[in-house]
Design a binder for this molecule. Sequence first.
Ligand SMILES: Cc1cc2nc3c(=O)[nH]c(=O)nc-3n(C[C@H](O)[C@H](O)[C@H](O)COP(=O)(O)OP(=O)(O)OC[C@H]3O[C@@H](n4cnc5c(N)ncnc54)[C@H](O)[C@@H]3O)c2cc1C
Length: 398
Amino acid sequence: MSLNFELSDEQRLIQDAMTKCLEPFADRKEELRKMVLVDKKFPDELWEAICGTGLMGAVIPEEYGGNGMGLLAVALGLEALAKQGYGNTLLILTAMDAACILRNGHEAMKKRYLPKIATGEMKFCFAITEPNAGSNAFRLETLAKRDGDDYLISGEKVFITGADVADRMVLVCRTTSRKEIDAAGMPKAFGLALFIVDPKAEGVTLSPLPTRGIEGMTQFMVHMDNVRVPAFDRIGDHDMGSLVLFNSLNPERILASATACGVADHCLTKAAAYANERKLFKGKPIGAYQGISHPLAKVKCELEAVRLMTYRAAWAFDQDEHPGKVGSFANMAKYLAAEMAIEAVDRAIQTLGGYGFSEEYGLIYYYESVRLLRTAPVTAELILNFVAEHELGLPRSY
Ligand SMILES: Cc1cc2nc3c(=O)[nH]c(=O)nc-3n(C[C@H](O)[C@H](O)[C@H](O)COP(=O)(O)OP(=O)(O)OC[C@H]3O[C@@H](n4cnc5c(N)ncnc54)[C@H](O)[C@@H]3O)c2cc1C
């Protein structure tokens, strides 16, 4: 059969495992919510429970300690978690970094890092954004200079999520400066490389940024001053990081889409339950009014479409389809997921009236997190640029 929309037994097990692993926390929802939202503490217990299911091992083959189920399984797992109101950005970042190491790292690197990621023992963050290079990665200035068997890395990254709790960050650098490249007339995509760096290494300074959008996690300025990193920790070849980078961003976009689908589902369920209960005129629930039901129904239609697109993108990645094709699916899924999830949260809040803003119902917290998806990890405008150019063959304006 060429097209099959049935999930496998294994994939259903992953979804069920997410429900089961959260059961021990059912009575402590309030306590955990306060810990994440108010105290901004990383929920170690939850991380351990989630990773205990093997979710982080899904992108990792058995030979490196994983279960080899693939990115689609991680997407299903993250969606199932978000559907129950739980999410953790470091799960997305760790899974994307694992996929990057698996597809581009050397054998000894895979043996060193992947088994620890599979068990949840190691958390990873990802650092590409710089103050002078946001949407244009080719402008980044963080420089990794070769020094014998090591590199010395200096530069500055901004908005790096979870750099305080991550054991390692995947850091995108220049191995040849843009100035040298431009002077030699070489393509701007040349001269990049990715490294695995310990955020606690000597020479790294983390400065917290008062940023909103990701619950329970802080963004940092990461300042690096001659940080010594062994060449062992370079992912891919010197100067040849462009392809490594762009292939590695696709899983992040796919997993962000899956999470957005889960959040939208969660909010629609809450809204529908409330709309069935709340009665104000002639004993009818407010859900009987089409002003309430139609916007929710419209988002439900959109959710189902985005979910298919997200699974399609994850499947394409797992099938190792051409990276350009995976990139198109991943970008389109992430664009649609952000817009759909923003609408889902907005309509759910409207359904609950004033209670949409109450901390107890919790919908208002999602407002910021889904809105972030229109901007990060890549902006809606940059995705539309990509689709216009690569899918429609239109000229670049920039
Ligand atoms: C809460 C949060 C968490 C984050 N976590 C991380 C992280 O963990 N790691 C990391 O590396 N980064 C992280 N980021 C950074 C994020 O990925 C960037 O903010 C995002 O990619 C946009 O870059 P910028 O902020 O520099 O905006 P800019 O690139 O300066 O863009 C500004 C505006 O101009 C538009 N624009 C720019 N160029 C074009 C163009 N050619 N055509 C049309 N419009 C254009 C953009 O779409 C945007 O609307 C995070 C950001 C936030 C807010």
